[in-house]
Ligand binder design. Structure first.
Ligand code: NAP
Length: 232
């Protein structure tokens, strides 16, 4: 049986701890090629994003609201063992993709079984793959198990903050890889790299230990910090 992947939460932060890059000052603080350089060294076989971040690489507009086709609620997956997969958690099927891959990497959408057939028809027409990770809410452990079955042993959790918060509070992040950019957001209200609306400490916090695993200064004064997490 395949193992669930090691989850490497890889995020970029300003030095005042904010996560929305377009709001940062001064302009151009993120050096060219930073993300590609760091990503190429993570040794992952896939990435996970939430629905809002996933929208940034969708090019479709809207799928037709009706279809006369019907689809079993079984996974429709690309071949196992590919070098990379782009996984997006879009529980209710809100994204019309207009493409089936990003630079050759197949898109795999994590859905609830309650999505309408019309959305699944749109995904098929676009050549987008999908898996089901719950009936009423996304079960992140089911999602990770299915990614393990695709041959993914290490996955980059690439945000946004709502999605990293869900994984963090489920006790599923093994490592936080942080690119700390010499930039300032400078205002209240922008999210940090992890957001979660739950009542503070109503449940036991999942992380019991944090250990610095690596640190490096990159071009442009960026600090790359890697921390291993111990979960309960
Ligand atoms: N600084 C960085 O490194 C970094 C990295 C990535 C993104 N970003 C930025 O972050 C912003 C977006 O972040 P965000 O926090 O607003 O959104 P997000 O995390 O991209 O997407 C959140 C949505 O994904 C779905 N989702 C994710 N995990 C889920 C779970 N466990 N269960 C159910 N649904 C789940 C939900 O969709 P539904 O609402 O449809 O239920 C949820 O509202 C963008 O501006 C992006 O550019 C920054």
């Amino acid at each position: 049986m395949s193992e669930t992947p090691y989850v490497l939460c890889h995020m970029t932060s300003s030095i005042d701890g904010r996560a929305l890059v377009p709001r940062w000052h001064p302009d151009g603080a993120v050096p060219d090629g930073l993300w590609g350089h760091a990503k190429s060294r993570l040794g992952v076989q896939g990435s996970i994003n939430g629905r809002i971040t996933g929208l940034e690489f969708a090019v479709g507009t809207q799928y037709p609201a009706d279809t006369d086709r019907s689809f079993p609620r079984t996974d429709h997956l690309p071949p196992a063992g590919l070098p990379d997969y782009r996984v997006v958690i879009d529980p209710h099927g809100a994204i019309a993709w207009g493409r089936g891959d990003v630079d050759g990497t197949p898109i795999v959408v994590a859905l609830l079984t309650s999505v309408p057939d019309s959305h699944l028809a749109g995904l098929h027409d676009d050549g987008v793959h999908y898996l089901f990770a719950g009936d009423t809410e996304i079960d992140l452990e089911v999602l990770l198990r299915k990614l393990g079955e695709l041959g993914i042993s290490r996955v980059r959790l690439g945000g946004g903050p709502t999605t990293t918060g869900a994984f963090l509070h489920a006790g599923l992040i093994d490592e936080i890889s942080l690119l700390l950019v010499p930039a300032l957001d400078g205002y209240s209200g922008s999210p940090t790299i992890v957001e979660h609306d739950g009542e503070r400490d109503a449940l036991q916090f999942p992380v019991t230990g944090i250990e610095l695993a690596a640190s490096e200064v990159l071009d442009g004064g960026v600090l790359w910090l890697r921390y291993r997490l111990t979960n309960r």
